[in-house]
Design a protein around this ligand. Structure first.
Ligand code: FBP
Length: 261
């Protein structure tokens, strides 16, 4: 198994995964604040920023655009479901690891809805994907999102710590988890994840200061970075905001300094 720091996902041990699978997961509504973002090329251009260590997309977007952006590390999201699905949380496996490797992926991603009635089946699908990823030496990022009928609060500290632990137990290299609300709770999640890296999920767009402060709290708690979509490409000036994120994540700059950039 290749050390994480030797993979394209890592810049000095940290990561900023730019997520752009929203067209599937949420639908066109996420492109409304900045309508140009419905054009994948606009987001691939944003992903050329030095702060970005990979762009996470579904297979169809990768097929159409990855060949034109060979300098942007590709994280192929293997499963995903539309917001039109109204059943218990589940995610269709849309791409095999073999095909991701054929498309030139540098890493693969997989959602697990721990706590869903479909968890058993999803964990078994994850097993197949994780073992295939090992075969190709591709880092595996788990979108570890406890969700489903038994769960009252999907960002409670114990729930996020469990999500991080589940990623370690099932063999993910990186656990993408929601922010559990405080630095202490994030520290608990990082401790539970052991050698598995923990990155914070972005969520819906907040103010520059609020978002950078949350990121700073997560990094100070031992998270190794971010997997973020809307909080970057729903901004009017995503490149400038990536400068600020770069300072907070890789240079551990204070939020006030980052806001000046
Ligand atoms: P955001 O930073 O925009 O929240 O993106 C992260 C992400 O995990 C995407 O990869 C995914 O499409 C979306 O959030 C899923 O959001 P949710 O399932 O919580 O609605």
């Amino acid at each position: 198994m290749r050390p994480f720091d030797d993979t394209p996902l890592s810049r000095d041990g940290k990561s900023l995964i730019l997520a752009y699978d929203h067209g599937l997961e949420h639908g066109p509504v996420d492109f409304e604040p900045v309508p140009e973002t419905r054009d994948p090329e606009v987001v691939w251009d944003i992903a050329t920023h030095d702060a970005v260590t990979s762009l996470a997309v579904q297979k169809g977007v990768a097929e159409a655009y990855a060949p034109s952006y060979e300098d942007v590390p590709l994280l192929l999201k293997l499963n995903g479901t539309s917001n039109l699905w109204m059943g218990e949380p589940d995610s269709a496996v849309n791409c095999t690891v073999d095909y991701a490797a054929e498309l030139g992926a540098d890493a693969v991603g997989f959602t697990l809805y721990g706590g869903s009635n479909n968890e058993i089946e999803m964990a078994e699908e994850f097993r197949d994907a994780q073992e295939a990823a090992r075969h190709y030496d591709l880092p595996m990022v788990m979108w570890s999102y406890p969700r489903g009928q038994g769960l009252k609060n999907d960002t409670a500290p114990d729930t996020i710590a469990y999500a991080a632990r589940q990623a370690l137990e099932l063999g993910a290299d990186v656990a993408k988890v929601k922010y559990p609300g405080s630095r202490e709770a994030m520290e608990q999640a990082v401790a539970m994840a052991g050698p598995t890296k923990v990155v914070m999920s972005g969520g819906s767009k907040t103010s520059d200061r609020d978002f950078l402060s949350t990121v700073k709290g997560a990094i100070d708690a031992g998270a190794t970075g971010l997997a973020v979509g809307r909080n970057v490409w729903q901004r009017e000036n995503p490149h400038q905001f990536l400068d600020a994120l770069e300072a907070v994540i890789y240079e551990e700059a204070p939020v006030d300094d980052a806001l000046e950039l």
